[in-house]
Design a protein around this ligand. Sequence first.
Ligand SMILES: *[C@@H]1O[C@H](CO)[C@@H](O)[C@H](O)[C@H]1NC(C)=O
Length: 292
Amino acid sequence: MMRGTNTLIGAVNFVTFLISIPILAGGIWLSAKANSTDCLRFLQWPLIIIGVAIMVISLMGFAGACYRLAWLLRLYLFAMFFVVTALLGFVVFAFAVTDRGQGQVVMNRAFLEYQLSDYSGWLKDRVSDPGYWAKISACLREGHACSKMTRYSRDPTTGLLVPESPDMFYRRNLSPIESGCCKPPTSCGYTYINETFWAAGAGMVVNDMDCTRWSNDQQSLCYQCDSCKAGVLASIRHSWRKVSVINIVVLIILVIVYVIGCAAFRNAKRADNDEPFGENRMSKSRPSRFQF
Ligand SMILES: *[C@@H]1O[C@H](CO)[C@@H](O)[C@H](O)[C@H]1NC(C)=O
């Protein structure tokens, strides 16, 4: 009698097992990306944990269905409920902490620039906390976040490799980290020499603390600038939004799976309760009461 139900739960769990793979992949993608650019290692953990949890839970449901273990199926539904709730919480949290903050368009520049005042809330406080920022900026420096943006072009007269011309640089698309951390803000009026070397202009207006924080020392650059913190926040926002799209799709599928699982389990239990006490299960063959 539980065969139909178990086949269904087994099949459904195979699907959830498959679902856990992209979640886990998303977490691992984030951690690989975090190491190279964002330097925020705490972000991928919620995803990896949820991915592993779904994987374990679906194996549990699969085993419960195969070996007809009602207690395991009950545990499975219970655990599944927690995972759905946690995933929902994570999606809401990810959108809530990244609700604000866009790059700013600058005149005659293809890249956007980032301002810390455009951001607010928990994530901003976390990133701009001095202790935490020291770790992030050290990681950016050690990861050579800025030296990767160096590009050369060949000088037509001498044939030597020289830095890109200012015009070419201004037409580039820079990542939020490159724009915020590797060059001074455009409004400071520095003159481009190469990507990470800028000469102070004649009548410079210092309208921004970041203008004085900028240093041509290749170990300092703008790593202490507010624009760098804003660049990191923009980068996180971008990654979290991408991952949240995966999570929303997964959440919808999991809710469907959960509803099917609950209905199947309830049917199985009702069928168990209907069974007359003391009946000889082994010898009696009965028609299946529940068709799936
Ligand atoms: C940029 O220019 C400065 C000064 O000319 C030079 O010391 C530095 O090596 C250059 N950086 C790169 C990446 O070419």
